[in-house]
Write a protein that binds this ligand. Structure first.
Ligand code: ZN
Length: 136
């Protein structure tokens, strides 16, 4: 019994160090990827209850999302992946923020936050001073 346990431990250690070597320099998990993996799982589960074409489309969509997640997980371009995740988290914050609306400056792409419910207002970009009109 003791022998079996040792054998298992050895295998596990070998597997883990192989994984660590494989993942070296690769991006790995982040919030965006966990959202991707969870939504692909949910899509597969939902697809099981759907008939014919809808099932096929949803299943393919879930594979696609899973594929993107795996690609990001194994990607060596960690800087780009990190930026994607940051952009995603920023969007998430913006959606959660019920008191403000977010626009991007049409000239320099700088994100601008304005209070909600003020009607039509003229917004001045804090970076390049470009003026644009939006409804809030
Ligand atoms: Zn601007």
């Amino acid at each position: 019994m003791n022998n079996g346990e040792n054998w298992f431990k050895k295998m596990w250690r070998g597997f883990r160090s192989a994984m660590v070597r494989f993942m070296a320099g690769r991006y790995g998990m982040d919030r965006l990827n966990s959202v991707f993996l969870w939504s692909s799982l949910i899509l597969v589960l939902v697809a099981m209850f759907l008939p014919g074409k809808a099932k096929l489309i949803l299943t393919l969509l879930s594979y696609l999302i899973m594929g993107i997640a795996i690609f990001r997980l194994l990607s060596r371009n960690t800087y780009k992946r990190y930026r994607e995740n940051r952009r995603f988290l920023m969007r998430l914050d913006q959606i959660k923020d019920r008191d403000h609306k977010y626009y991007t400056c049409p000239k320099c792409r700088q994100p601008v936050r304005v209070p909600r419910g003020k009607g039509k207002i003229s917004i001045t970009c804090p970076k390049c001073k470009e003026k644009f009109i939006k409804k809030t």
